[in-house]
Design a protein around this ligand. Structure first.
Ligand code: SF4
Length: 592
């Protein structure tokens, strides 16, 4: 690999925070950022250095790393921050990406990464501004019903100049629901794998971060040229236009049409109410505006409005704004049989207010509904009577997930895997590696992808996208599928180290990334970049193995084989052969 040096010294600064002792220190780690470019690559190394693999994820000893990359604040759509931690949901590696203003704010504050250790005895929030770090009392914020109120209060309490981000947990994080989220600004989240519960266990209510420093580049005219090319490609590409026009809900109708839309706990692959909850219907009847993460010209975040009349007042209304994406529409909509658009928005809003991951929550409620109908649990457990489409009851259940008034909700708050082990129904518990299923039943690629993806997310290797490429054509043999999935996941390690939004992955090809690094003073060929992706993939896999990951446990739930996909029923033999080859491939990779 050619020699690389970082131009921006501030990016190489890692802020270490000890919540137990209320102290902080800064270390300069240029070798780490020059080698791994930031994000996932750097966070993996920092977690390896700091985390004892044996610790309880919900103890103060768990460690959280937040990291940005060399493209952050420099190129368009490098608008994400990576969080890494030990997940309380899976007991293994937790990795979650979020946008909003946080990535650029962190870099403007003068840090490439933040490592959070220890736990506070009483609620606290961190205020990080232009290199200054303060621990502030959050007792008055603890227990506040809405995570949105926390954002409003902190906006007033921390009125600094420069770009600023407010990341905070809701009641679900405080109550240690193992799929609690961290909410950024108002409409972005670290949703998956329970970062919110880890913060809750540390009594960390929020982090406010920001600053206004400049970011140096080595070759300003070269930078301007590359920037313009990237900007033009991003703003003119039809793929990005569709994200701007309808947002990710553009997926609802195409998935329904091919028979890949998980419905009512995947008892069906098509939803009769798809038109009502489609991106087109939301845009037509509910869309209020679009917003963007900082430094993104796409603005894919779609915000709906709902109007509510004040009681006893005839012409007085309050308006509320709710962000909607494909994944909440799937998990809280089609999976629960909800086609009432306004009801679905109210359910999405409640999940956000309490600070839960929409996907895990939807799958948990869907599993509960089926378990209830099958008589595995009764009204004594659920308190209410769950029924497909009944969004009002689901809102009540979301509240119970947070307050946990009985053993059933206490167990469900630990995830669907745990609940199904205790109450039965593992065959229809849609869980992969301990994580609840994303919204694609598109074929073997999606499900094998969730299983082998290192964070068990559809975004690891985009198996759903490989499936859709082959609809109407001959499906690849198991070995070819695994090769495609692993190759894609390895390349994505570079993108998530930089840390660019995956929606622009078609723009940030290896040749483009190599070209974009040059004006920053970093020289890497396409081949070197690909090798780096494989190296980070291996490093993450090794960390997962240290945390107890067992390849022999990889097994999809039975339901996946029962409900037809766009390729008909998925063959168990196909999946078995693919997984056997994957294990062989991984062992070979680790031995090199
Ligand atoms: S495309 Fe959407 S999610 Fe990605 S950075 Fe832009 S606004 Fe954020």
């Amino acid at each position: 690999m050619s020699a690389r040096a970082l131009i921006d010294e501030a990016l190489s600064k890692v802020l270490y925070v000890d919540l137990t002792r209320k102290t902080f220190w800064v270390k300069s780690r240029p070798e780490l950022f020059a080698r791994y470019l930031g994000g996932t690559g750097v966070a993996t190394q920092l977690l390896k250095e700091e985390l004892n693999p044996e610790v309880d994820p919900l103890s103060p000893e768990n460690v959280v790393v937040l990291a940005v990359g060399v493209f952050t604040g420099v190129y368009p759509t490098a608008s994400k921050v990576v969080a890494m931690f030990k997940s309380p949901l899976t007991g293994n590696l937790g990795e979650s990406h979020a946008g909003g203003r946080a990535p650029v704010a962190m870099r403007m504050a003068g840090f490439g990464a933040i490592v959070i250790k220890g736990g506070s005895e009483s609620p606290v929030y961190l205020s990080i501004h232009d290199g200054r770090v303060e621990f502030k009392d959050a007792s008055a914020l603890w227990g506040v019903r809405s995570s949105l109120t926390i954002g409003k209060v902190l906006r007033e309490r921390e009125p600094w100049p420069g770009l600023r981000s407010i990341m905070r947990i809701g009641r679900a994080g405080e109550m240690l629901v193992r799929y609690a989220s961290v909410i950024l600004e108002t409409y972005r989240h670290f949703g998956r794998l329970g970062l919110g519960a880890v913060w809750g266990a540390k009594k960390l209510k929020a982090i406010v971060v920001g600053g206004k420093r400049d970011i140096p580049v080595a070759d300003i005219s070269g930078y301007r040229k590359v920037y313009k090319e990237l900007f033009d490609e991003i703003t003119k590409s039809p793929a990005m236009q569709k994200y701007h026009d309808l947002g990710t809900p553009v997926n609802v109708l195409p998935l329904n049409k091919i028979g890949g839309l998980p419905t009512r706990n995947l008892t069906s692959n098509v939803f009769e109410g798809a038109e009502e909850v489609s991106g087109e219907a939301f845009a037509e009847y509910s869309l209020a505006r679009r917003v963007a993460c900082a430094h993104c010209p796409v603005a894919c975040i779609h915000i709906a409005v709902i109007r509510e009349r004040y009681p006893h007042e005839k012409y007085f209304y309050t308006t509320r704004y709710i962000g909607y994406d494909y994944e909440p529409i799937y998990a809280l909509g089609t999976m629960l049989g909800i086609k009432d658009r306004e009801g679905l928005l109210r359910l999405i809003e409640e999940v956000d207010v309490v600070g839960l991951d929409a996907m895990s929550t939807g799958v948990a409620l869907a599993w509960t509904t089926e378990a209830f109908k099958k008589g595995l649990i009764s009204e004594k457990d659920t308190i209410v009577r769950p029924e497909w489409g009944d969004w009002k009851t689901y809102i009540e259940m979301v509240k119970y997930l947070v307050t946990q008034p009985n053993n059933f909700y206490k167990t469900l708050a630990m995830g669907v895997k745990k609940a199904s082990e205790v109450y039965g129904g593992t065959e229809f518990a849609l869980v992969f590696g301990g994580n609840e299923m994303p919204g694609y039943h598109t074929g073997p690629g999606a499900h094998i992808g969730y299983l082998i993806g290192l964070r068990h997310s559809h975004l690891d290797n985009a198996g759903y996208s490989i499936d859709q490429k082959y609809v109407g054509k001959e499906y690849p043999q198991p070995r070819k599928l695994i090769d495609e999935l692993v190759e894609e996941e390895a390349w994505r390690q570079v993108l998530s180290s930089l840390v660019v939004c995956f929606f622009s992955r078609g723009v940030y090809k290896p040749s483009t990334v190599s070209k974009a690094l040059e004006p920053l003073g970093l020289k890497m060929s396409e081949e070197e970049l690909r090798k780096l992706g494989t190296e980070i993939y291996k490093e993450k896999l090794k960390l997962k193995l240290r945390l107890g990951y067992r390849l022999e446990d990889l097994k999809p739930p039975k339901r996946v084989f029962e409900t037809p996909s766009p390729f008909g029923n998925i063959s168990e033999d196909y999946v078995r052969e693919a997984l056997n080859y994957y294990k062989e491939k991984i062992l070979n990779l680790l031995s090199t």
